[in-house]
Design a protein around this ligand. Structure first.
Ligand SMILES: C=CC1=C(C)c2cc3[nH]c(cc4nc(cc5[nH]c(cc1n2)c(C)c5CCC(=O)O)C(CCC(=O)O)=C4C)c(C)c3C=C
Ligand SMILES: [Fe+2]
Ligand SMILES: [Fe+2]
Length: 322
């Protein structure tokens, strides 16, 4: 049997777990280096103390927890069904088992690895659920995965960026087309990607190029007027620009009335779609005289699950497991 571990960030499963979740995140020097390593913990504590109430409030406004785990579990279940009904299922036997491994909250990546090993799985493929590679996201998760799996004598491999996979593009295009139809007049499209400190890009991170790659491929399939901006910066260093907040002001100054926001670097709903876009940016747009709508996140859309299945099948074929 082949184990597939879906790698994602994870999110708090209650308001009480917001603080320990943030502690795990701000302890990871791959996502954020807070001075020399001996200062990481004390600076993290200061940042958390400052952020905690506003972050808890945001989670309380979207149901008191992050929906990321429930959605990732549903993606895992649908993917497992799809993989086991593919042409590679031998005489009805199930060739694939899919697990969820989160970087900063339960179930952790190392728990998913242990679980697969307990299930007797000897070949494990890690699939990052971030379509665009960044050392801060996929890189950090993969490091955890490799640390955990090296304890065991099993074959393993990983798929870490699939920003241009044709079925992933099809899934996005389907949701963009649905989004366009929700307006009476053709809207302007704003791709909003999660931000990243500029320093990562200066050091060679491919994140921005891969985002641009996804957008360029989408543009071959639909005719739209579009912009790209970056959301959710945290902290005082220079992050990617323009910010989504700034772009909303600029578009309103240009006279834009109808705006379709396409969250481009996420494949699920979570705080950045349900709170930042749906509550914060929608309210801001309204004040600026714009009608803002967001495309549905990919979540468990059948086209997206088809894409993930194809990415896994190609991945395991490449290394000769099937
Ligand atoms: C492509 C996706 C993401 C990138 C790139 C990314 C970079 C990044 N994030 C932080 C700090 C925080 N991220 C937080 C939550 C969070 N971030 C992403 C995705 C990306 N982050 C997700 C999916 C989530 C979870 C959302 C949920 O619903 O739980 C948080 C916690 C929330 C908050 O305090 O705002 C922090 C902090 C950094 C520093 C960074 C790049 C270096
Ligand atoms: Fe983040
Ligand atoms: Fe974020």
């Amino acid at each position: 049997m082949i184990g597939v571990i879906l790698l994602n960030m994870g999110g708090p499963d209650s308001l009480d777990s917001v603080k320990p979740f943030l502690r795990n995140l701000f302890s990871d020097r791959d996502i954020i280096k807070l001075g020399p390593s001996f200062l990481q913990k004390p600076i993290a504590s200061l940042i958390i103390r400052k952020r905690l109430e506003s972050v808890r409030k945001a989670y309380s406004l979207i149901g008191g927890k992050s929906p990321l785990l429930d959605i990732t579990k549903a993606q895992a279940k649908a993917l497992e069904e799809s993989l086991n009904s593919s042409q590679f299922a031998v005489h009805g036997s199930r060739l694939f088992k899919v697990y969820v491994g989160m970087r900063y909250w339960h179930p952790f990546i190392e728990d998913a690895v242990d679980h697969a090993i307990r299930d007797g799985i000897s070949r494990i493929l890690a699939l990052s659920l971030y379509p665009h590679y960044s050392i801060a996201t996929t890189g950090s998760s993969l490091k955890k995965f490799e640390d955990a799996i090296k304890k065991y004598h099993v074959d393993y491999s990983s798929v870490t960026s699939w920003f241009n996979h044709p079925l992933y593009i099809n899934a996005l295009v389907e949701n963009i087309q649905k989004g366009l139809k929700a307006f009476d007049k053709k809207p302007v499209v704003l791709f909003s990607a999660h931000s990243l400190p500029q320093k990562f890009i200066d050091n060679g991170d491919p994140y921005v190029n891969e985002i641009q790659g996804t957008i360029n491929t989408i543009l071959k399939k639909i005719d739209i007027q579009w912009y790209l901006s970056y959301q959710s910066k945290t902290g005082p260093v220079k992050w990617l620009e323009p910010t989504t907040e700034h772009m909303l002001h600029e578009l309103s100054e240009k006279g834009v009335k109808n705006l379709l926001v396409v969250p481009i670097s996420f494949v699920s709903d979570h705080i950045e779609t349900l709170y930042e876009i749906d509550i914060l940016y929608k309210g801001m747009a309204k004040e600026l005289g714009m009608n803002l709508k967001r495309i549905e996140s990919l979540n468990t859309s059948s086209k997206f699950i088809e894409a993930l299945a194809d990415i896994v099948i190609k991945g395991v074929k490449d290394i000769g497991w099937i």
